[in-house]
Each structure stands twice: as C-alpha cells, then as structure tokens.
Design a protein around this ligand. Structure first.
Ligand code: NI
Length: 178
C-alpha cells in the first residue's frame, strides 16, 4: 500500500493539461492505479485525478458506496476512467457543493451539467460509455477538470457559497476533510 502525497492548490503541476495514456496493463500503470486508490481511500476521497499526485496523465478514479466527505451522496460505482471525453446531454446545469483533496478544508458551490455521457477506457483499455446525472455526473466533471488544469474554485460563480467546511458544514468531521 502506497499513499502518495496529494498536491495542493498553488502547485503549478495542478494547472497543466494532462497527456493521453498510450499504454495499458503495464506494471507501471497497475502500480499507479493501485497507489491512486490507496491515496484516495486514505483521504476518504470521492475521486482522484493522476495530476493530483503529480502524474500528468489523463487518468482519473472515482467511486464509493458511502463517503464520509459527502454523507448524503448516492453511491457511485468504483471506476477507472482513462482518456475521458464528456458530452453534456442537455443544457441543464445545477449547483452543488464540492470539495477537493487538493483544496483541503474548503467547500464551494459549483455549477455542473446535470446530465452527461462519459466515454473513455478502463485500466485494461476496454471502452467505457455511461450516461449519468446528479452526483455521479458532478464527480466526473470535477475529476476531468483536473485533467484540464482546472480546480473547482475557478468554476464558482457565487462566492457567498465558498468557505471553510468547518464553518459551513460543522456536522462533518474536519478530519475527514483535511
Ligand atoms: Ni479535486
């Protein structure tokens, strides 16, 4: 088990556009994905993008049955998504609070597409194509933004809904959000 250091906002490596993955099922890729799951689980994360551990590849993971950081969220299948392409399925957007392991201790309300299709491949290079909505769609948009060098604060429109988790969501254990 290898928990990697998660880069924090201000690190220029979080602002790069990630490169496509071209090799699958190699020992290096398997080790990277294992480390990402160990790192995400250790931090109670809902998702993690490779750039957050300093690896500039188009690779994200997400999913949980129950999440301490988002106790109200419905379950999302545990997924490895590589070289993703997102297609909104309507013009509808919705606001919802997000946090980020690279922006510890803070939450902000971010507008996201309500419904979208995501396509890409899994860790074996097998195609993935899903149509999702709600929190699942939100998580995918948040993680794929990391591949574009975008952190969620850049998406906030209403800064009255951006602040410390401990102040806005005192019911959440702050240790789950650092
Ligand atoms: Ni994030």
């Amino acid at each position: 088990m290898t928990v990697r250091e998660i880069l924090k906002m201000g690190d220029p490596r979080l602002l790069r556009v990630a490169e496509p993955v071209t090799e699958f099922d190699t020992p290096a890729m398997r080790a990277l994905i294992d480390d990402m799951f160990d790192t995400m689980h250790a931090a109670n994360g809902a998702g993690l993008a490779a750039p957050q551990i300093g690896v500039n590849l188009q690779l994200v993971i997400f999913g949980f049955k129950q999440n301490l950081r988002y106790p109200e969220a419905p379950q999302v299948p545990e997924t490895v998504l590589i070289n993703p392409v997102l297609t909104p399925l309507s013009d509808a957007m919705e606001e919802g609070f997000e946090g980020c392991l690279s922006v510890p201790g803070l939450r902000g309300s971010v507008p996201r597409h309500t419904r979208l299709r995501y396509e890409g491949v899994d860790q074996h290079g097998q195609p993935i194509r899903r149509e999702v909505d709600g929190f699942h769609a939100r998580v995918v948009q948040h993680e794929v933004d990391h591949l574009l060098g975008i952190l969620y604060p850049a998406r906030i429109r209403d800064f009255s809904k951006f602040g410390f988790t401990s102040v806005m969501f005192p019911e959440l254990d702050p240790h789950d959000d650092d």
